[in-house]
Every structure is written in C-alpha cells, then in structure tokens.
Design a protein around this ligand. Sequence first.
Ligand code: B12
Length: 466
Amino acid sequence: MRTLLIFPNKIDGSNYWCTHPIGIGYLAKSLKMSGFDDVAILDLRLKKNRISPEDLPKLVMKKFGKPDIVGFTMFSNTFSSVLKYSEFLKKKFDCIVLVGGPHALFEPQDILKRNPYVDIVFNGEGEETLPELIRRLQKGEAIDNLPNISFRKSDQIVINERKFIEDLDKFPMPEWDLIEVKDYPLTPVGIFTKRKKVASVITTRGCPYPCTYCGAPKSMGKKIRKRSPENVVQEIEYLVSKYGIEEIHFWDDNITFEKEHIINLCRAIKQAGLHKKIVWACSNGVRLDRLDPEIVKEMESAGCYYFLVGIESGSDRVLKLMRRAQLSDTKSIREKIEIVKKHSKIRVLGAFIIGFPGATPQDDEESIRFALSLPIDKVAFNTFMPYPGSEEYNKLKLQGININIDEMDYHKPKAYIAPGRNEKEIKRKVLKGLFLFYIRPKILFGILKEIKSLSQIIMIIQRLLK
Ligand code: B12
C-alpha cells in the first residue's frame, strides 16, 4: 500500500519554525524496516511545497502518484489545516486517512468527532503500530485490538490503550533519506545557529515533571526512555557524513534528567571525535535542577554551546502555581545559572511565561526584573497558552471555557487570556521585557558577536517582523 506521510503547513501562513519532521521520519523508518518500501514524506511547510488544500492532490499526484494511505502529523494549532488538506485528498484519492502527533496524542476523540475525513487517529507512538496496521489492512484483518489507535465503530468512538516502545534503539534513526534535508531553513528555530547545516535529533522520550502548563508527560509518558549513546552517535555520524551536518539540535524534554545518560552521551560524542566536527544545542531546554558542574563541563567539552532553560516566572508564588516541583524558587534558579556560568561558556536562554493564570501584571514585572538580574545571555517571554495535554487546559475545559485551538501559539496571546489580563497589556509586557533585556550593551554586544552573515541579518528582520 502506497503510504504518504505529511507534515502540514498552517494554512494561514503563521509558521515560522521549520525543523526536520523526525516524528514521521521515524514512522517511515519503521515501515521500511518492516518491508513496506512504498512510503514517502511530504513537508508542506517547506517553501517549495506550500500549497493550498485545493491544489494538494495535484502536487501529491505529480510527486508520488496516487496514495492508498495518507498520514498527517497534527499539532493543536494545525487542526483546521489538516481538516482541509484531508478533505481534498480523501475526495480525490479515496485513501485511508490517518492522523498522529501531539494533538492526536492528547485529543483523539476531538479529531474523530470534528474531522469526518480522518479514519484512524494514533493516540500513541506509531513505530510499532503503523506497520502492523498496514499489514492488517492489506490482509483485510481486524484492527480493533491494536494499541495506540482510535477509530469509529458504529456511532461509537473507540480509543484503544496506549503502549510505549520499550527499546528506542529498535528504530535506530528517522528515515533521513526520505526527508529533503537540504531544503530546510538554515536557522530552523530561534534567531541564530552557530553553524549553517543543522539537524534535529532526539535521544530520550518522556518527562516525569508535573508542570501545569505542559503536555509533554502526557505525550511521551512520565517515564524517561533512552536511546543508547552509541545509537545516537551513529545517527550523528550518518548526518555528518551523508548530509554535511555541522550542528545538532537535541529536542529531548529532559536530556539531563539522568546524569549517567548525558555524561555517557557526551563521552561517546568525544570518543567518536564528533566534538571536532559538530557543535550542539539543547533547543527544547534542560532542567536547571538536574545540572551540576560535572555535567556542564562534560557538555561543553563535547561541543554544547547553547541551551534553553525554563525559568517561567520571577515570582515564587507563581512558580508554585505552575508546580515547578524541585525547582520552585527563584533562589535555586539563580544558584544553578551561576553554576553554569562559573563552569562553562555555554550560552543560556531563559524562557518565561507571561500572562499565566493567577499571575498578576506585577508578577510579570517581577519576571522581567528577575530576567534582568540573572547572568543569562538571551531571553524569551512567551505568552501563556493552555495547550491540550496540559493540566491548565483540562482545568479550563472543566469550567466549560471554549478555546480556539487554531490560534494556539505562544508568540501571540489570541486563543486564551487569563481573567484580569488583556491582550494589549500582555503584548506590551512581552515587548517591554525584550526591549529592556536586549538593549543592555553587554547583551547586545554578545548578540552582535553571533552575527556572521547577511543571511542572519535578513532572518532576524523577518522573525522580528513576524
Ligand atoms: C521538536 C518539537 C517541535 C518542532 C517541530 C516538531 C516536528 N515534529 O518536526 C518545532 C520547533 C517546529 C515545534 C513547533 C511547535 N511546537 Co513543538 N515540540 C517539539 C517537541 C520538543 C519534540 C517533538 C518530537 O520530535 N518528538 C519525537 C517524535 C518521535 O515524536 P512525535 O513527533 O510525537 O511523533 C510520534 C507520535 O506522535 C506519532 N505520530 C506523529 N505524527 C504521526 C503521523 C501519523 C500518520 C501517525 C500514524 C503517527 C504519528 O508517531 C511518532 C513516532 O512515535 C515536543 C515535545 C514532545 N515531548 O513531544 C513539542 C510539542 C509537540 N510542541 C508543542 C508546541 C506547543 C509547539 C508550537 C505550537 C509552539 C508555539 N509556537 O506555540 C509550535 C508549532 C508547531 C507547528 N504547528 O508546526 C507542544 C504540543 C502542544 C499541542 N497540543 O499541540 C509540545 C508537546 C511541547 C509541550 N511541552 O507542550 N515543536
């Protein structure tokens, strides 16, 4: 069965980040490993593939021919885009439509209720289930007892139990050769990268922390599952030799959760001599409470030049509301950042949430002051969003509050604004924080030092305008 896996573009065009689609990359690998070679990946976020839903069937026909199965990754804010894309593909090809990804993991029912063109939703990881599903569909066997899937049966929606992959090394890396690696933007996220050719890699799945604004534990489970350092190194070596990759972004939720994992990974990178060929960053952040001088030194010596840390608030009261667990006070945040700065030159971006429910404008002022007082190099003030999968979302749902998921984006406070706050005030606070942080000569100079090319200047202007 010809299978096409699609990463959708957000149709209103507000996509500004574009990393390699490793989730569907892993699925393509698992299909190939099971002998299903007729598989392709189409990323509609790539400039050359941006196309209206009406024109998508033509593009698909031209590039791949008629698919039997089409599978979409869906984030909450691409719900409506997938609805439209799937309608045109289903009508044209009469194909089976599958949906997976973050929104599917959290809200399978919602998708099956509201998108009539979707046949099966993956409410769990796909590597083990997808090949088995296709095998059964080919043979006309029942799929009812397959884990990780949801589907309609008579007028019921059936949501099967989730099963997590125990041994991540079983699927050694995404099927990179089906991803158009060189067509991705040079700076896939943020404003800067150190080198030009960047690729995304993930070494662990899962997060045990209870932060109320985050859906990660629900998406990949509370238990941390790890790839072996050797397995990760093999993937990086492949990316370097085949695609000339010079910089790796690790997207783990908690790469430093287990000291043994991060230390062994750093040592394996050095042993393979990769620290001389690549630099790397932890773009999804590391937990400050899991850092110590030894980890920081090992990371730097293995090529780490940057990581993000979730600080979230400068108010201890708000940090408690967010259930930041072992890291609930501003004093320990400062101590940990000082450790990073004392023992390494790793650049640190501190991320804050503005407009969190229960946080007053004064609390957010406190966050700005806190950011200015910390020895961090960059800052992000994101606006609060109650993403499906998070406790904050569930609370609002219980209160019967309707949230427009298409507008979910922590760069603009559109989908939801907490009581007592307003859009204008939140936006102003974000701008004020950014301005006061970056206007300082030391910070500005540090940023200017990072600019190496005209393309970076163009990128900064484009991102600022967006
Ligand atoms: C990397 C990442 C990104 C990347 C892109 C990810 C990608 N796939 O290319 C970038 C930086 C672009 C990004 C952007 C955003 N992200 Co993001 N991101 C992540 C992160 C850190 C890791 C994702 C990942 O690679 N996981 C590893 C792979 C193996 O897992 P996976 O992608 O889920 O895929 C598996 C299954 O879901 C399933 N599956 C996935 N797709 C499909 C498709 C089919 C057909 C099938 C059968 C199965 C299937 O099988 C896969 C293999 O097991 C997650 C955190 C997390 N723990 O998941 C957040 C996360 C997914 N992002 C999140 C958010 C909020 C965003 C943004 C909306 C942020 C914003 N601006 O406001 C944007 C917008 C995204 C968009 N519309 O394009 C939220 C999702 C919330 C939600 N309900 O949608 C998460 C969970 C973070 C969080 N802690 O809350 N993100």
